[in-house]
Design a protein around this ligand. Sequence first.
Ligand code: SF4
Length: 281
Amino acid sequence: MLYTDYDHPPYRPPSEAGSLLLRVTRGCPWNQCTFCSMYKDTSFERRPLDEIFQDIETARRIYGAGPRTVFIGDSNSLVLSPETLAKILGHLYEHFPTTERVTSYARSRTLCKKSIDELRLIRQAGLTRLHVGLETGNPELLKEIKKGATPEQMVEGCLRAKEAGFEVSLYVLAGIGGEEKWQQHADGTAAVLNQVDPHFIRIRTYVPTPYSPLWDSVQNGSFQLASAETILREQRRLVEWLNVTSQYLSVLQTIDKALDDLQQDTRYREVLEQKRYLTRL
Ligand code: SF4
């Protein structure tokens, strides 16, 4: 087999920058979130098992036994049956026996549909951490962005994953409430995070991307992007309400300092606003 035949997920979480990438599905089975353009031109498909096995063998030839961490994609590998995932993980560990961490994206709705026993089977086969896109915990915003899950389903799915032994990493989309709904975004998100108490909370800032419905709303003015100051206030409010043991790479002092800088330094504010304007071009 040629090395060029090796397929891999086109997207991975930033924390998986050093990981071996393995593709078990293509695209997103949901593909409706209004802020997301990642898989809009990719039809969802489950890859045949023999192709995945071949990729594992090719990766072993390319990288040796080196990689200690592996990310499997694309956007929701948990749609595969637990038995299929267990077979893939078995083949992976056979070829990379020193692997310490194997992670995947997972939708909370999919987690809700799996029994604890099914989730345990996948966990025991060696999938260790799940990256779950919460984006917001506010029910109205979740509907608006067509995330396809309620706050209650977000909580239930993540708690099931924790009960089955997974590490859970939850992603929050700063600014997804825009200028108008930043407070409810912060409050709803804190409420979900407090109930889940995930192992990791990761914040990404919303940047409009072409070929997504929300991009169109930004262009026609029906969605007003949150300013840098609003995002800082939103994050401050979120952190203030958090009552978790999670690792969270943001601190109140850092946010307060940035808010002070913004208020005292007009040039700094202008530069940030210019950057925001550039995202609309
Ligand atoms: S954000 Fe995730 S679940 Fe939503 S459409 Fe994009 S890849 Fe699919």
